[in-house]
Design a protein around this ligand. Structure first.
Ligand code: ZN
Length: 414
């Protein structure tokens, strides 16, 4: 991690670099911090004293060191701040309240119509309502919003999301004006990658892919510890990789995209072609069970229905070939699979595993592809991670909004 050596606020940047290091790799001793950031032990001692004083760091256990006296490790205080994360979906908002260390303090769900005449006012109302209901401590650092679409810049937050019917929607600007809090907006899959970087694979890997399956298909590419956003923030639209020009028409308007085959609509069309009738909704949908026709298809597969299993296996094979292509291009250390669709992964993988291995270049065939646990609030937790990652963002990706988040973290603690 490079620490800038010039500029008037070098001390601030070094503090941020120390927080970034502890936030991403976990507790370390002062000597380890100095070595990793190429700083003198004296300056690390001075700066960490300050960070201990304002409640952002705490002294942890003593770790035995070779030959010398035990080294005291320093860690971030998980309760030094919190953020609200909002997942905007086509029919609802899921909002979570999350501490700096990832602990979820509360969650809310609100019906939402993105096509309503003033959908942004409805969004602001819902968030304002939750801010009023949520706990007062620790300090609220900001609001993160995850959307199923493209975002120009996290710190501006103008959204293009065809699945919501949104074009150039000033989500960030409206929320900032109403709530007077820092607001970061990002593509929802990129937001999940930010959460992985903070709490998951990003702690031990610099280069990884996040793949999501569910209503659509998405990917986030993390290279050298940063989410790759592309020239206009639109990178990672993996669902629109062309598979077959004769394939079904995709939501984007083109024919035969990956998502048109393996997204929810594609799975249901394949099931229909096999003569399977899927009930419109799950009669036992109460008590948190998965809802919707894909969940019903998943239950049919779990019950041993051959045609239902074949739908997932065939989709898995299509997905596996496409993922192999992406792995061959990006060369990640690990692939993380997330999303609502992972509930049916045992059925996907019968097609996915052989297909992905067959297309991978030699030397990459042992790549780790890991399916992580998923629940209804996972998307919203990713959105909160946008804000919670900014104190650790030594590179300043979140711009002015990130600076405001850091100021709230430092300013609000005694
Ligand atoms: Zn498409």
């Amino acid at each position: 991690m490079a620490v800038p050596r010039s500029g008037t606020d070098r001390g601030d940047l070094t503090r941020t670099a120390i927080l970034a290091l502890l936030g991403t790799v976990g507790p370390l001793s002062r000597t380890e911090i100095a070595a990793r950031l190429d700083l003198s032990l004296a300056s690390v001692t001075g700066l960490t004293k300050e960070l201990l004083g304002n409640g952002m760091l705490e002294e942890l256990d003593l770790r035995p060191s070779r030959g010398g006296r035990p080294a005291q490790r320093l860690g971030l205080v998980g309760g030094a701040g919190r953020a609200l994360g909002i997942k905007v979906a086509a029919d609802r908002l899921v909002i979570v309240d999350v501490r700096l260390d990832g602990e979820v303090l509360g969650s809310w769900e609100r019906p939402f119509d993105p096509a309503a005449p003033d959908a942004l006012a409805d969004l602001c109302d819902a968030v304002e309502d939750v801010v009023a209901q949520a706990t007062r401590t620790p300090p609220l650092l900001g609001i993160g919003v995850g959307v199923p679409g493209g975002v120009d810049d996290q710190a501006v937050g103008t959204v293009n999301a065809p699945t919501l019917g949104w074009q150039a929607m000033p989500v960030g600007e409206r929320l900032r004006r109403r709530l007077r809090l820092p607001v970061l907006v990002e593509n929802d899959v990129n937001a999940l990658a930010a959460a992985e970087r903070l709490y998951g694979k990003g702690r031990t890997h610099r280069d990884f892919l996040v793949l999501t399956i569910g209503r659509g298909v998405g990917a986030a590419i993390v290279t050298d510890g940063r989410v790759y956003r592309g020239a206009r923030g639109g990178a990672g639209e993996f669902g629109h990789v062309p598979i077959d020009p004769g394939g079904p028409v995709c939501g984007c308007g083109a024919a035969g995209c990956l998502e048109a085959f393996v997204g929810a609509a594609g799975l249901l069309a394949a099931a229909g072609a096999k003569g399977l009738t899927i009930p419109a909704d799950d009669p036992s949908g109460a008590g948190g069970a998965r809802r919707g026709p894909v969940a019903a298809l998943g239950r049919a597969a779990a019950d041993g229905e051959h045609a239902a299993r074949a739908v997932f296996a065939e989709a898995g094979a299509i997905l596996g070939r496409a993922v192999a292509g992406l792995i061959n291009i990006v060369d990640p250390e690990v692939v993380v699979v997330l999303g609502e669709g992972t509930a049916d992964w045992p059925h996907w993988r019968t097609g996915f595993d052989p297909a992905v291995r067959a297309q991978l270049l030699p030397g990459r065939r042992d790549i780790e592809i890991e399916v992580e646990s998923w629940d209804d609030t996972s998307w919203a937790q990713g959105a909160a991670a946008l804000v919670l990652a900014t104190p650790f963002d030594a590179a300043g990706t979140a711009g002015e909004q990130g600076r405001l988040v850091r100021a709230r973290l430092i300013g609000a603690t005694p």
